[in-house]
Ligand binder design. Structure first.
Ligand code: ADP
Length: 333
């Protein structure tokens, strides 16, 4: 449809998809796809920074692709592709480098965290930092800007990257005194901005506290039973607001279910084990059909490849147009 705004997001295939990815990235993105022209992709070159085992990287690419489809992405409606199938991304990234102050990259959270960690160990500040990590925000800016994105649905942790993409696009436009590149904006869903993990910290594959989306039911139950709780006795009244079991429950339960469980918390007489059973019930209710679809998609890799190839064929002409605009403005024709 003409004149619809563009929503774009990507997921790095660096591990099993988890509930944080689902609520923080996939679900909001699929909701936006109802109103926007959606362009969603697998950020496989971003993953290469940390994933050097080819088999594992390939497995993760397929898992993330199948995950999007199992969660309901309709490849007829959404332009769905692998970043690595769009060479224009990398050409644009090179052009954007010329407009990206090195100091901006020095301030990027992921790079700063690596340097700080090295400093604490008393080693070389840049130990273990490859240029892919250092220039990560430029590649991400290219992903976004290439497709004239209006909104970028992401979790809170990605806000800085979006701001950097805005800065870079603005400095290109300021230099050529014309709107060569679209300046994107983030779409952060505040109430699901940070999904807590089993230990109460942000759910992340790096913290070993994640609930993977597609694990079998028995494992799902085991993981939920592992959620860390305090030592309050069964009879004590409990505060739903400070319980991560309840925080997770809210993501999956209806308003009535939430009210009813909150009342049971406050009344006392309900132990953590019981609360976890309630949580398992609603999580499994939502994930069981997803899990089934996922297994069916993974079982047919040729179909998956075909879907991604068709997506890339739709994406490349859009990318080429942006690149041509920028090259012309830059005097590189
Ligand atoms: P991880 O932290 O497990 O490495 P990624 O960084 O690959 O996850 O995140 C992929 C997408 O999922 C990003 O848009 C990110 O903001 C979102 N996301 C990841 N973890 C969470 C979480 N715990 N809560 C909300 N969103 C999340």
């Amino acid at each position: 449809m003409a004149n619809r705004q563009v929503s774009l997001t990507g997921i790095k295939p660096t591990g099993d998809l988890h509930i944080g990815n689902y609520f923080g990235a996939i679900k909001p993105a699929l909701e936006l796809a109802e109103e926007y022209d959606a362009r969603y992709f697998i950020a496989d070159y971003h993953a290469l920074n940390t994933m050097k085992d080819p088999r594992e990287l390939n497995r993760c690419i397929r898992e993330v692709a199948a995950g999007w489809l199992a969660a309901g992405l309709d490849p007829e409606k959404v332009v769905f592709y692998r970043q690595s199938s769009i060479p224009e991304v990398f050409e644009l990234a090179t052009m954007l480098m010329a407009f990206t102050p090195k100091g901006l990259m020095n301030r990027a959270h992921a790079y700063k965290a690596a340097v700080q960690e090295n400093g604490e160990r008393g080693g070389d500040p840049d130990a273990g930092v490859n240029m892919g990590l250092f220039t990560y925000p430029v590649l991400m800016a290219a992903d976004i800007i290439l497709f004239d994105s209006d909104v970028v649905p992401v979790g809170k942790d990605q806000v800085q990257h979006i701001e950097m993409a805005q800065d870079i696009a603005r400095s290109v436009n300021a230099n050529y005194k014309q709107p060569v590149l679209k300046v994107p904006r983030g779409a952060i869903r505040e109430h699901v901005a940070v999904v807590p993990g089993l230990d109460g910290r942000k759910m992340s594959k790096s913290y070993d506290n994640a609930i993977p989306l597609f694990i079998p039911e028995t494992q799902l139950r085991k993981l939920i039973m592992r959620i860390v709780t305090n030592s309050q006795a069964v009879e004590e009244p409990k505060d739903p607001g400070s319980s991560q079991i309840f925080l997770l429950y809210k993501l999956f339960a209806s308003p009535e279910e939430q009210q009813s469980l909150a009342a049971r918390y406050r009344a006392g007489g309900m132990g953590w084990g019981e609360a976890k059973e309630e949580l398992f019930r609603v999580v499994n209710r939502e994930l069981a059909p997803l899990r089934e679809r996922f297994q069916a998609i993974i079982a047919d890799p040729r179909d998956l490849d075909r879907i991604l190839k068709t997506g890339a064929e739709k994406a490349r002409p859009i990318a080429a147009a942006t690149l041509a605009r920028f090259r012309k403005a830059a005097g590189i024709e």
